[in-house]
Design a protein around this ligand. Sequence first.
Ligand code: SF4
Length: 212
Amino acid sequence: MKKILMHTCCGPCSAYVIKKLREEGFIDIASYWYNPNIQPYDEYKHRLETLKEYTKQVIIPLIIQDEYNLKEFLQSVINYKGIRCEYCYRMRLEMAVKFAKDNGYDCFTTTLLVSPYQKHDMIKKICEELSAKYDIKFVYYDFREGYYEGQQMAKDAGLYRQKYCGCVFSRDEAEMQRDAMKKQEEEKHRKNREEQEENKRTKLEKKNNMKH
Ligand code: SF4
């Protein structure tokens, strides 16, 4: 069976992808880490350590391209003319594809395709372009069908599961989204409480009116 390089964004996302690839008959799978987009540095280390732990559990070789350059990443995404994720996906995937081509892999894929929160069509398109550019097969599945199963697998395996995509922008956006949702919930509760109090008052008034 073909030798496949799986660009891996993190341990939890790799759980379902590895399962699916094995079900599809891939037995020679290697995980490839190159994610200089993860910030801050302690988060980067935490995710990498989690992946090391998981690849040991599932007996998969892990290739680590351990490069971290915060300044360079931030400058690149800020100066990028398009959507920042496009730059980020391409930079990581291109490194993986080059590695696959130079090291005798028959094909490649990426765990980025498992998350419903990622820009799936953009990732797929970039992979197709890189496949043509480096003349190496891209193995595509819509891994999103197994996202929740994979998250459960990661939970069962005791893996650290992060709350945001990777860069500081995504960390702040996720935090702001959580704050906005919390505010909405609080507002809903406040309105409910007011309605209940208003109903009580109306009932009491009716009761008092009946007495007179
Ligand atoms: S949100 Fe995620 S994919 Fe987009 S730039 Fe940040 S780390 Fe990269």
